[in-house]
Design a binder for this molecule. Structure first.
Ligand code: TRP
Length: 329
C-alpha cells in the first residue's frame, strides 16, 4: 500500500449530498483513484455530535454510501467504508485525546459556531470531535487529506497532535498535508451567493440536492439570485453570476471566457436555464446509479463489509503500535 501516496477523506451522512458536496468534494475524490491509494469514509460517528434521529441516521448512512458509489467511487480501487464499522476509530480517539490540549480544542472555530447554534446540546463529543477526526486521518498514515476551508483548522490540529505524539513517544504517525487539487470549486447558495451552499438552509431554493429531478433543479436555477446587470461575465460584485459560472464551468469544463462568449448577447434567463439543464443532465446518471445501488442492499452490504475489513486491517496496525508506545501491556 506504500507505493502510491495515501489519501483519506470523510463526509458526514446528514441528508443527501448537495451540489456543493459533489462539485467541491466527492467528484474530485473519484478522479484521485488512479493516482493514489484512496480511503473514503462515511463519518457517522461524527454525525452524532449533533442530535440525530437514529432511524434517519441509519438510512442516511446507507444512502450516503450508495451515493459514493453512484458518484464513481470504485470499491475495487479505493477503500470505502463506514466509520463505526471500524472500532479502531473509537479506540484511537481516546489515545489521541490524551495528547490534545483543552486550550487547542477551545480555539476551534467550528466548535464555537456549532455551540452557538445548539446551545442546549454542547456535548463533549462536539468539543472533542477534531480528535476523532485526527484519528481518522492518522490511523491510515495518510499523506494527503482533501478538505474544504471549513476543515482546514482541524487538519492543522491533526498535524500538531501527530507531531506531539511522535515527539513524546517516538516516531509513529505520518504528518498529513492538505490536498489542494484543481479548483475544488466552492459552490455558493443560489439565494445568497455570499454564503456557502448548505443543506441546512431554510430556503429550499438555495440548495441543489444531487438526487433532485430535472424540473426541480431547473426551477431552482431559474430562481437563482443575480444582479441588475444583464451581461454574463465574471466580475467582482457579481456574486450570483460568478457562482453560476463556477458551477457551469465545473460541469462542462469550459473556461469563464468560453462561457462569456457562449452567452454573449443573451440574457440572464437563458443562462440560468442553460446552467440548470446542464447540471440536471450531468447528474442524471448519478441519480440512476444511485437508484440501482440503493435498491441492492445485498451488494451495498457486501461492499461496506469488505471496505471495513480492509480499513480495519490497516488501522489495527497503527493502533497496536500506538498502544505499545504509550505503555499499554
Ligand atoms: N469532519 C468532516 C466534515 O464534517 C468529515 C470528516 C470526518 C473528515 N473525518 C474526516 C474529513 C477525516 C477529512 C478527513 O466535513
Amino acid at each position: 500500500m506504500k507505493d502510491k501516496k495515501i489519501i483519506l477523506s470523510g463526509i458526514q451522512p446528514t441528508g443527501t449530498f448537495t451540489l456543493g458536496n459533489y462539485i467541491g468534494a466527492v467528484r474530485n475524490w473519484t478522479k484521485l483513484q488512479e493516482d493514489y491509494n484512496c480511503i473514503y469514509m462515511i463519518a457517522n460517528m461524527h454525525a452524532i455530535t449533533v442530535r440525530q434521529d437514529p432511524s434517519a441516521l441509519r438510512r442516511n448512512t446507507a444512502n450516503a454510501y450508495a451515493l459514493l458509489l453512484a458518484c464513481g467511487i470504485d470499491p475495487a480501487k479505493s477503500i470505502a467504508f463506514i466509520q463505526s464499522h471500524n472500532r479502531c476509530h473509537a479506540e484511537m480517539n481516546w489515545v489521541l485525546s490524551c495528547s490534545t490540549q483543552f486550550g487547542e480544542l477551545s480555539r476551534m472555530t467550528q466548535f464555537k459556531a456549532k455551540a452557538e447554534k445548539h446551545p442546549d446540546d454542547i456535548n463533549a463529543g462536539l468539543f472533542t470531535y477534531p480528535v476523532l477526526m485526527a484519528g481518522d486521518i492518522l490511523l491510515y498514515q495518510s499523506d494527503l487529506v482533501p478538505v474544504g476551508a471549513d476543515q482546514k483548522q482541524h487538519l492543522e490540529l491533526t498535524r500538531d497532535i501527530a507531531q506531539r505524539f511522535n515527539q513524546k513517544y517516538g516516531e509513529l504517525f505520518t504528518i498529513p498535508e492538505p490536498y489542494i487539487g484543481e479548483t475544488g470549486a466552492r459552490v455558493m447558495s443560489l439565494q445568497d451567493p455570499t454564503s456557502k451552499m448548505s443543506k441546512s438552509d431554510d430556503n429550499p431554493n438555495a440548495c441543489i440536492f444531487i438526487l433532485e429531478d430535472k424540473d426541480t433543479i431547473v426551477r431552482k436555477f431559474r430562481r437563482a439570485v443575480t444582479d441588475s446587470d444583464t451581461c454574463v461575465r465574471y466580475a467582482e460584485g457579481k456574486d450570483g453570476i460568478n457562482n453560476l459560472m463556477t458551477i457551469y464551468s465545473a460541469v462542462t469544463g469550459k473556461s469563464y471566457e468560453e462561457i462569456e462568449r457562449e452567452f454573449d448577447g443573451k440574457g440572464y434567463g437563458d443562462f440560468k436555464t442553460a446552467v440548470g439543464e446542464t447540471v440536471a443532465d450531468h447528474l442524471a446518471p448519478v441519480r440512476e446509479r444511485f437508484n440501482q445501488f440503493a435498491a441492492d442492499k445485498e451488494y451495498l452490504e457486501k461492499c461496506w463489509t469488505e471496505g471495513a475489513q480492509k480499513a480495519e486491517s490497516i488501522a489495527r496496525r497503527t493502533l497496536s503500535k500506538a498502544y505499545r508506545k504509550v505503555g499499554f501491556n
